[in-house]
Design a protein. Sequence first.
Length: 410
Amino acid sequence: MKPREQVSRNMAGRELVVISGYYGFDNLGDEAILEELIDELSRLTERDKIVVLSQNPDKTAADFGVQSVNRWKLAQVAALLSKAKLFVSGGGGLYQDASSARSVIYYAALAALARLNGAVSVIYAQGVGPLSSKTSVKLTQFAMKRARAITVRDSASQALLQSWGVQAQLTADPVWCLKPSALPASFLSLQNRQKWLGNGDKPGDADNAGNGAANKLMIGLSLRESPHIDARFAELLAEALAECAPDATVVPLILQERQDKELIEAFCRAGSQRGLNFERADCASLQRPSQWLSLLSSLDMVVGMRFHALLMALKGGVPCFGLAYDPKVLYLMQKFEQPCLRFDGLKTGQAEADERFKNEMKELINSLIGNAPQLAEKARLQADEAARAACQNFDVLARILEKQEESRQR
């Protein structure tokens, strides 16, 4: 039998595209990747043929208009893979054992299932590592070496795979390609507001009042739990912001209630005591990440920890002050030339140390406000470049599916 005939026979009756990743856990970054991936695949195949493996399949199906099944029902997953023309693993940081090896074991098991059931696999826009154990390395190598194509979102992942003799195409996070969608009616005042012009003066300055900037600077705030910070950190940040921008309005951004709410509430209590204004957005009513993109793009600036809150703001040309609890946040802020606070060696709880910490934050916040137009322009230029790189993820999917279709028709 000729190779093309073999491919055609192997693909006969296969219509599904099965997607796996960290989906259904209400993590904004992963859900944003999923929304963009579904949009890309729906341009290449029928939407009702797309199946997502999810922690919460009912919600995933309702939010994105695709089929979805429980990610833990491996017998059902195997049956789907036997009907799949493509298995897409990604994106995000799936192959890492920073907290435990469970993630690597699970996604490597799916790669093995796909292989056993004859589904073509693609590793999509992943960040690989850190991998601290030999078992994690071996399982990751197993999965990567069985993929038809691999795209990675950072050069470190590409270099790691190359050291294993595995070729990967360097692209970018798919969220750079995500398009904003309409906000619920309760957000229209934010979406339609006149943005602060940011001409270098501090918001609220008397000579700046004529351009609509006075009392209108709106700052998004994203905090999340981390071993590096505590409630005292949130209080010091509130003090610094109140001193630098006393007339600003702060929009608390709760992306994951369990991880974010406690620290954000500590900030709000401290900020209220120091006269900060707050706009309480109903973040829980946002169903899709593309709506978050619209919300973040409507703000004047963002102070944040969460990687994808900062990414979405930068995509919208919004200047950011990053709180680098994780190396990926530091890398993003450095790449986009935005002010960033590193947590290395910073400790709260002693008066002298707290004062130094607050002064460092004030310096960075003043840099954010004073250089807002320039920072916004840098964000727009870099975001355009990142979007061009991210679009290559779609090209890889398209080439594989188009080749399969050509083989079927021969």
